[in-house]
Design a protein around this ligand. Structure first.
Ligand SMILES: Cc1cc2nc3c(=O)[nH]c(=O)nc-3n(C[C@H](O)[C@H](O)[C@H](O)COP(=O)(O)O)c2cc1C
Length: 390
C-alpha cells in the first residue's frame, strides 16, 4: 500500500518526507520534481517569505540512478532560513535568555486549539508544525505519484476559478484550461479574469487584508475501476475529498458539480451512458457532472473536484485576540505572510489528487516491480477495451 509521512517544523532544519510502497524500477524525473516544488512557491499573492524558501529536495534514500529501488524513499527539503532560527528551534538545550514565548493566538490558525490540546506554554510549538510549509512535503510525495502515473497514461492538472469576488468565465475544455493555467501567475485560464484577480490581490494587500478563492483539480486518463463501492473508507471519493480537505485552509470540497447538482433535478444531473468508438473502453458519457466517480468507483471519465479556500488568516492589520498569559485583550501578532495562497494551494491539491489516484492504482495494479505493475495494467487495458458482460 502506498503511504507517506512528513516530519518537520516551519523554521526547523527542514521537512522530511518518507514515501512507502512505490514499486522498484520506476524512472524518476528530477526536473518534474524541481518544477512542481517551484510552482508551489512562485505565484502572485506570495510575500517575501517565499524567496527565502529554497524548495530543493535532497533524496536521502530509495532512488538510485534515477530509478526507485522499491525501498522507502526519503527526501529532505532544507529550510534555508534555519541559520536565523537555530537557537529558537534547537532540538537540544534551553530557550535563549532573550526568548519570549508567543502567547497571543491568531484567529483562524491552530494556535489556541493546539496549545490547549497539547498543554503548551508557547504558541510557537503549534505555529511551527501547523504552518503550510509542511505542504512542500506533500508536493514532493505527489510528484513521485505523478511519476508513477505517467506510464499508466494518467495526467494531473488544475486551474483557479475564483479569487475573492473575481470569477473566471466559463468555456474552454478541461485540457485547455489546465494548459493555460500553468502559464498564469494566478493559475487561471481566463486572461481577463487574471487581470482583475491581480488587481484584487493588490487592493487587498494594500489594505493589509487577504483573499481566498476556489480551484478545480483534474485527473485525465483515469481508467474505470479505481476505488470501490464495497468499503466506505476505500471509496475513491472518500479518499480524494479527505486528501483535499486536509490541505490547510481548504474548507470546502465537492466532487464534480456536487453543490450545484443538489439544486437541480435528477434528469439534469446524472451523466447518461452512451456507446463509444474509443478503443480503450466501449462506453462514455454525454456529460461529466459527477466528477468521474460513481458509487465510489472511477467510471472512466475525467476525475475532477473543486475546492474552496478561506482567506489567509494572518492579517497585517491583526484581528482581536487575548493574551493567554494574563487575559489581556490584544491584537493578534503578524508573522510574515501572503495576501493569497489560492494558486499555491492548487499545486498542493494537484499533488494530493495525484497521490490518491496513484494509491488507488497501486491497489488495482500491485507488484514489486514496475514490470509487474505494467503487466497488470496492460492486461486490464485489454479487458476494458474488449469489455462485454460475461
Ligand atoms: C500553500 C499554502 C500557503 C499558505 N500560506 C499562508 C500564509 O502565508 N499565512 C497564513 O496565515 N496562512 C497560510 N495558509 C493557511 C494556513 O496554513 C491555515 O489557514 C492555518 O494553518 C489554519 O488551518 P485551517 O485553515 O485548515 O483551519 C496557507 C495555506 C496553504 C495551503
Amino acid at each position: 500500500m502506498l503511504d507517506f509521512h512528513t516530519a518537520g517544523e516551519s523554521h526547523g532544519k527542514g521537512i522530511i518526507v518518507v514515501v512507502n510502497g512505490l514499486p522498484a524500477g520506476l524512472p524518476i524525473d528530477f526536473d518534474m520534481i524541481a518544477g512542481e516544488m517551484t510552482r508551489r512557491r512562485n505565484k502572485a499573492g506570495s510575500g517575501p517569505r517565499m524567496s527565502m524558501e529554497g524548495d530543493e529536495v535532497e533524496i536521502l534514500a530509495g532512488i538510485r540512478w534515477a530509478k526507485t529501488l522499491g525501498s522507502p524513499i526519503a527526501g529532505l527539503i532544507r529550510n534555508r532560513d534555519y541559520a536565523n532560527w537555530q537557537e529558537v528551534m534547537n532540538p537540544q538545550g534551553k530557550p535563549p535568555s532573550t526568548y519570549e514565548p508567543v502567547t497571543v493566538p491568531r484567529p483562524g490558525h491552530a494556535d489556541l486549539a493546539g496549545a490547549v490540546k497539547y498543554r503548551y506554554d508557547d504558541l510557537r510549538n503549534v505555529i511551527e508544525r501547523a504552518s503550510a510549509r509542511e505542504t512542500a512535503g506533500r508536493c514532493f510525495a505527489g510528484t513521485l505519484a505523478r511519476n508513477f502515473l505517467a506510464p499508466l497514461h494518467i495526467e494531473i492538472g488544475g486551474w483557479v476559478e475564483s479569487i475573492g469576488e473575481v470569477k473566471a468565465g466559463s468555456g474552454e475544455n478541461f485540457h485547455e484550461k489546465s494548459r493555460r493555467a500553468r502559464r498564469s501567475p494566478v493559475a487561471t485560464y481566463d486572461a481577463e479574469a487574471e487581470t482583475k484577480m491581480l488587481e484584487a490581490l493588490e487592493h487587498a494587500g494594500r489594505d493589509g487584508d487577504t483573499l481566498g478563492g476556489t480551484f478545480v483539480v483534474v485527473a485525465f486518463g483515469v481508467m474505470p475501476g479505481l476505488g470501490t463501492h464495497v468499503k466506505w473508507d476505500e471509496r475513491l471519493d472518500t479518499r480524494i475529498a479527505g486528501a483535499l480537505m486536509g490541505i490547510p485552509a481548504i474548507k470546502g470540497v465537492e466532487v464534480g458539480d456536487g453543490f450545484a447538482n443538489s439544486r437541480k433535478r435528477g434528469s439534469e444531473v446524472h451523466d447518461e451512458i452512451i456507446r463509444s468508438s474509443s478503443p480503450s473502453f466501449p462506453f462514455t458519457r454525454r456529460t461529466n457532472r459527477c466528477g468521474g466517480i460513481e458509487g465510489g468507483v472511477s467510471n472512466g471519465e475525467t476525475v475532477w473536484a473543486r475546492c474552496a479556500m478561506k482567506p489567509i488568516p494572518t492579517l497585517l492589520k491583526g484581528l482581536q485576540s487575548v493574551d493567554l498569559k494574563n487575559g489581556e485583550e490584544k491584537q493578534a501578532r503578524y508573522e510574515r505572510s501572503d495576501t493569497c495562497a489560492v494558486a499555491r494551494a492548487l499545486v498542493v491539491a494537484e499533488a494530493m489528487l495525484a497521490w490518491e489516484i496513484a494509491r488507488a492504482c497501486r491497489v488495482k495494479f500491485s507488484g514489486d516491480s514496475m514490470e509487474e505493475v505494467l503487466d497488470r495494467f496492460k492486461e486490464y487495458r485489454s479487458y476494458l477495451s474488449n469489455y462485454r458482460m460475461l
